[in-house]
Ligand binder design. Structure first.
Ligand code: ADE
Length: 273
């Protein structure tokens, strides 16, 4: 996969040299190009922003540097044999970044990220490139960052670990929270490793039992506990036909009951753990 990032803070993307993404680059699984937007400015101050039309606080990133930068990045990528680029625009007003979108992006051969500072990029830039290539305006959460660079790091890591051969064990993302499959729509429960006793704290006996069936059941129960506690909305959204008898049992213990339409909801008197 080819990744281009255009930013006014190239040094902010240094973490792309480290750990999983850094190794994927070193192995040639990820071809990363970070560009300084100011390379496409021609005035003494390398100006990339201006005051907003219509007034209001803050500054807006200008069309010209972005237009020239993206034209050049696209031309260079095509020249080197890359194809089917998609533009990823981090913005708090974008669609939420989810595991599903990470999977979708990981299947594309070429992503171009345009992290903005200030109040964002002049709208005409997104509108212009949307006529040429797919554009995803994406938010990594309901909070406002000072710029999109941190969002690029988040999305890049989520995407890179899904690329074939990037994770050591092909199974490693099968049980992720939010991964499609057995534990779909449940958060992962707690995990333990050696030593078996630490500061007087043991490990749940079932995990030492070697009984795979009981371990799987325990993990699923713990996933329900954690999801009920931190993300009850995920349980409300679940298709109840995916629940077996034991799932219904643990949900009942946790204070959940089926509503007339079959979906589960939490009884109001149910107590927090
Ligand atoms: N830029 C500023 N805040 C952001 C957010 N929450 N997601 C993506 N990009 C952003």
């Amino acid at each position: 996969m080819r990744l281009d990032v255009v930013t006014i803070f190239p040094e902010y993307l240094e973490p792309l040299n480290v750990s999983l993404v850094g190794k994927a680059r070193a192995r040639g699984q990820l071809d990363v190009h970070v560009h300084d937007l100011r390379d496409w400015t021609y005035d003494r101050h390398s100006t990339v922003d201006d005051t907003p039309y219509g007034g209001g606080p803050g500054m807006v990133m200008k069309t010209e540097p972005w237009g020239e930068a993206l034209d050049e990045v696209l031309a260079a990528g095509y020249e080197s044999g890359a194809c089917a680029p998609a533009l990823v625009v981090p913005t708090p007003s974008g669609r939420p970044f989810t595991q599903e979108l990470a999977v979708e992006l990981s299947e594309r051969p070429w992503l171009i990220f345009t992290p903005a500072r200030y109040e964002g990029i002049d709208r005409r830039v997104v509108d212009e490139y949307a006529t040429r290539i797919p554009v995803h305006e994406v938010s990594i959460g309901d909070y406002v960052l000072a710029g999109g660079e941190a969002a690029v790091l988040v999305m890049t890591e989520a995407v890179a670990r899904l690329l074939p051969g990037v994770l050591g064990n092909a199974e490693s993302h099968r049980d992720d929270s939010f991964a499609p499959g057995a534990m779909a729509d449940l958060l992962e429960g707690p995990v333990y490793t050696k030593p078996p006793l630490w500061r007087g704290r043991g490990v749940p006996d079932v995990l030492l039992s070697g009984h795979h069936g009981r371990i799987a059941r325990w993990r699923r129960d713990e996933a329900f506990r954690r999801t009920a506690l931190h993300r009850p909305d995920l349980i409300e959204r679940c298709d109840p036909s995916a629940f077996d008898r034991k799932d219904r049992e643990i949900l009942s213990i946790l204070g959940w009951a089926p509503s007339p339409d079959g979906r589960f909801w939490r009884r109001p008197q149910a107590v927090e753990e």
